[in-house]
Design a protein around this ligand. Structure first.
Ligand code: ME8
Length: 656
C-alpha cells in the first residue's frame, strides 16, 4: 500500500531524435521544482524522467547517419553534451532515469504485452493505411501531403499489414466517467476537448505492433512484430518502479503516481490510453495528469525542423541556471501557452531578481555589516509601528505559497514570495535605517529593522529553494541562517533567526543585465547557431527531364574577355559588361551579380557566355547573352562563382 507521505512525480520521456530545447527544459524544471517542494515538506519523493528511444524515426535517422539506432540514441542521451548533461546543468534532481532501451524495461514490456494478449485485451488484426513502398512506411490519410508520401513525395497505395490491436473501445465509458467526474485531468479545460473530440466520436481500438520496422521491443511470441509506441512509452511509469521486472522494488511504495506532468499535445495519450492500459492490467490509476502549455516562439511551437528552437544551455551559461529556472516558472502560467522572448527573460531577471531580491539582499547585508561591528546584530532590539504589517505578511507566506503549489500554480506561488520581498524593500524606505544610524539612541530600533529584513529574506528563500536551489543556499549563507533555519517547519513562523545573528556579505547574486547589449549578442549567437545547424552544402537537384543533343548544341557557348565592367545606376544587382567575344564588335551583357563581385576586379578576366539568346532589356540597357556561373547554397547562404577560364584561351573560342 502506498504511504500518504510518498510522492511519485514524472516528466514525459523525451524523444532523443534531436537536442532538447527550452520547451522540454520547461517541463523538466517544473517537475523538479515540484519534487523539491515535496521533499522540503518532508515527503519521500520519487522523481522520474527518461527517454523514449524506439520507433521508426530513430531507426531512419540512424540509418541516415550510418550508425546503429542504439549508437544514435546514445549520442543524444548519454554522450557529453547530451540529455543527461543538460539535466545536470539545469540542476534537475531526478531520482531515476529510464531509457526504454534498458533491458529491464524491455523485459517488462514483453510481459505486459503477452499478458494483455492472453487475457484478450490485445488481439491480432489488420492495420490498413496508405503505404509508401520505397520508404516502407504506412501513413494515415491525414499524414499525406497532397495525397503523397510526406517523406519522399512519391505515390502511396492502399495496403494492409498484420498487426496487434489493444481494445481501447472497451474502456470508453469508464474513461469518460473518470474524466468528467473526478479531477484526474487538469487543468479542467482539457477535459472537454478529450471527451468531445476523442471519446464521443467513438474510441477506436489502438494499433500496438508493427512489422514494417524493427527498432522496438520484439513481441516475443510472434517474431517480426515489434511493440509500437504507446504501450512501450507509457508503461515506463510503472516499469521504472520495478513492475514485471526485478530491477527495482518500488512499485508497492510509490504506485499510483501522484502526478504525471505532460505537454498538452500528449494529454490525449495520458488521459485516455494510459488509464485504459492500467484498467486492463487491473492496476490503480495515477491520481493526476497535468497538461501544461507550450512555450511558443513568435507565436508558433518551437521545432527543430522550423529552426526556431531556443537552446537552454546558452541561456543558462549567460544568466545562470537559477535565473533561467525562475523565469520559466514565473513568466508563464503553467496550464497555458506562453510566448518566449529574450526581452521577457532579461526584463524579468532585471526586475525581480536584480532589482527586488538581489537588491534587498545586498542592501540588508551591507547595512547590517556597516552599522554593527562584525555584522553581528545586538540582541537588544526595539519594535516599531512599521513592523506589524510586514511581519504578518511574511509569517503567513508559507500557507499562501503552499495553497498555490498544491494546485501546481507555480507562477502564483512565486508571486506570493515576491510580495514579501517587495514589501521588505518598501519597509527599508519607510524605516530609513541610514537616518536611524545617525543616533546611537536608535541602535535597538535599527537592529530590529535589520532583523525583520533578514527574516523576510530567510522565509522567502526557504520557499524559493525549490525554484533556485543554489542561489537560496547562498542567501542563507549571507544572512547567517544555518541548516535548521532552511527547513519547511522553520518557514512557518517569523522570528527563527537568533536575535544576535551575524551576516556575511557575499557576491552579488543577480547582476543587472544591459538589455540592449545583451539582446544584440543573443541574436548574433542564435543566428550563428541557426547557421551551424543548416546543412553545410546544398546543391540544386539534378533535373530528371532529359534534353536531346540537337537542342543542346543549339546553345552557342563562347569564351569572352571582360574589357569593361560597371555598376548599373539605380540597381543593386546588375553589372554591365563590355566583352570581347572574338568577333571584333563589343558585346554588352548585363548580369545580376553585383552583390558577389566588385566590377573593377573583373576587368581582364576570361569568362564563359551563351551568346545566342534573344536580346533583353533591363533598366533601359540591352543585354545580349548570359555569363555562366556556378551556384550553390552554403549554410543557408547562396554562393555564386563566375566560371573563369584560363587567360591563354582566345576570345571567341567555342565551348562544347
Ligand atoms: O512526446 N513547450 O516526447 P517529446 C512546452 N516521447 N513543452 C514542450 C515544448 C514546448 N515548446 N516542446 C516539447 C514525446 N514539449 C513522447 C512522450 S511519454 C510516455 C512519451 C514537451 O520529446 C511536450 O509537450 O516529443 C512533451 O510533453 C515533452 O516535451 C516531450 O516531448
Amino acid at each position: 500500500m502506498k504511504h500518504p507521505d510518498t510522492f511519485y512525480i514524472t516528466t514525459p520521456i523525451y524523444y532523443p531524435s534531436d537536442k532538447l530545447h527550452i520547451g522540454h527544459t520547461y517541463c523538466t524544471v517544473a517537475t523538479d521544482a515540484m519534487a523539491r517542494y515535496k521533499r522540503l515538506k518532508g515527503d519521500k519523493v520519487l522523481f522520474l524522467t527518461g527517454t523514449d528511444e524506439h520507433g521508426q524515426k530513430i531507426e531512419d535517422k540512424a540509418r541516415e547517419a550510418g550508425i546503429t539506432p542504439k549508437e544514435f540514441v546514445d549520442n543524444i542521451v548519454s554522450a557529453p553534451g547530451g540529455i543527461l548533461d543538460l539535466w545536470k546543468l539545469m540542476n534537475i534532481s531526478n531520482d531515476r532515469f529510464i531509457r526504454t532501451t534498458d533491458s529491464y524495461h524491455e523485459q517488462s514490456i514483453q510481459r505486459i504485452f503477452k499478458r494483455l494478449y492472453e487475457q484478450g485485451d490485445i488481439y491480432k488484426g489488420k492495420y490498413e493505411g496508405k503505404y509508401c513502398k520505397p520508404c516502407e512506411s504506412f501513413w494515415t490519410e491525414t499524414q499525406l501531403v497532397d495525397g503523397k508520401c510526406p517523406d519522399c513525395g512519391r505515390e502511396v497505395a492502399d495496403a494492409q499489414e498484420e498487426a496487434y490491436f489493444f481494445r481501447l473501445s472497451k474502456y470508453a465509458d469508464r474513461i469518460q466517467d473518470l474524466l468528467e467526474n473526478t479531477d484526474f485531468l487538469e487543468p479542467r479545460s482539457r477535459v472537454h476537448e478529450m471527451v468531445n473530440n476523442f471519446i464521443k466520436p467513438g474510441l477506436e481500438d489502438l494499433c500496438v505492433s508493427r512489422t514494417s520496422f524493427t527498432w522496438g521491443v520484439p513481441v516475443d511470441f510472434d517474431p517480426g512484430h515489434v511493440v509500437y509506441v504507446w504501450i512501450d512509452a507509457l508503461s515506463n511509469y510503472i516499469t521504472a518502479l520495478g513492475y514485471e521486472n526485478g530491477q527495482y522494488q518500488d512499485f508497492e511504495t510509490f504506485w499510483p503516481a501522484d502526478v504525471h506532468f505532460v505537454g498538452k499535445e500528449i494529454v490525449r495519450f495520458h488521459a485516455i490510453i494510459w488509464p485504459a492500459i492500467l484498467m486492463a492490467l487491473d492496476l490503480p490509476l495515477p491520481k493526476k495528469v497535468y497538461g501544461h502549455g507550450w512555450l511558443l516562439l513568435d507565436g508558433g511551437k518551437m521545432s527543430k525542423s522550423k529552426g526556431n528552437v531556443v537552446d537552454p544551455v546558452i541561456l543558462a551559461q549567460r544568466y545562470g541556471v537559477d535565473a533561467l529556472r525562475y523565469f520559466l516558472l514565473r513568466e508563464f502560467p503553467f496550464g497555458s501557452d506562453g510566448n518566449f522572448s529574450n526581452e521577457a527573460l532579461i526584463s524579468r531577471i532585471n526586475m525581480d531578481l536584480a532589482n527586488d531580491l538581489g537588491n534587498l539582499l545586498s542592501r540588508t547585508v551591507s547595512m547590517a555589516g556597516k552599522y554593527f561591528a562584525g555584522g553581528r546584530l545586538p540582541a537588544e532590539q526595539a519594535e516599531g509601528p512599521e513592523d506589524g504589517e510586514i511581519t504578518a505578511l511574511a509569517a503567513s507566506l508559507r500557507d499562501r505559497y503552499e495553497g498555490e503549489m498544491e494546485k501546481y500554480a507555480f507562477q502564483n506561488a512565486l508571486m506570493e514570495a515576491f510580495k514579501v520581498i517587495a514589501r521588505a524593500n518598501k519597509y527599508i524606505d519607510e524605516t530609513a535605517p541610514w537616518v536611524l544610524a545617525k543616533d546611537e539612541a536608535n541602535r535597538p530600533r535599527l537592529a530590529r529593522v535589520m532583523y525583520n529584513l533578514l527574516e523576510c529574506l530567510r522565509l522567502s528563500a526557504v520557499l524559493l529553494t525549490p525554484f533556485m536551489p543554489q542561489s537560496c543556499g547562498k542567501i542563507f549563507d549571507q544572512i547567517g541562517a544555518g541548516p535548521e533555519l532552511r527547513t519547511w517547519e522553520s518557514a512557518g513562523q517569523f522570528g527563527g533567526l537568533p536575535k544576535d545573528v551575524t551576516v556575511e556579505r557575499g557576491e552579488n547574486l543577480f547582476p543587472r543585465i544591459d538589455v540592449q547589449k545583451e539582446l544584440a549578442e543573443l541574436e548574433a549567437a542564435a543566428e550563428a547557431a541557426k547557421k551551424a545547424a543548416l546543412p553545410p552544402l546544398e546543391l540544386e537537384p539534378q533535373l530528371e527531364e532529359t534534353v536531346d543533343f540537337d537542342t543542346f548544341v543549339k546553345s552557342d557557348l563562347r569564351v569572352v574577355k571582360v574589357k569593361d565592367c560597371q555598376k548599373v545606376k539605380k540597381s543593386n544587382k546588375l553589372l554591365c559588361f563590355t566583352l570581347d567575344d572574338g568577333t571584333g564588335i563589343d558585346r554588352q551583357i548585363l548580369s545580376g551579380i553585383a552583390m558577389y563581385y566588385e566590377p573593377e576586379a573583373l576587368v581582364g578576366k576570361t569568362l564563359a557566355a551563351i551568346v545566342n539568346l534573344p536580346p533583353r532589356k533591363m533598366m533601359g540597357l540591352e543585354s545580349n547573352g548570359m555569363l555562366l556561373s556556378a551556384v550553390h547554397t552554403e549554410r543557408g547562404e547562396e554562393r555564386l562563382n563566375l566560371i573563369m577560364l584560363s587567360d591563354a584561351i582566345p576570345a571567341g573560342a567555342k565551348l562544347c
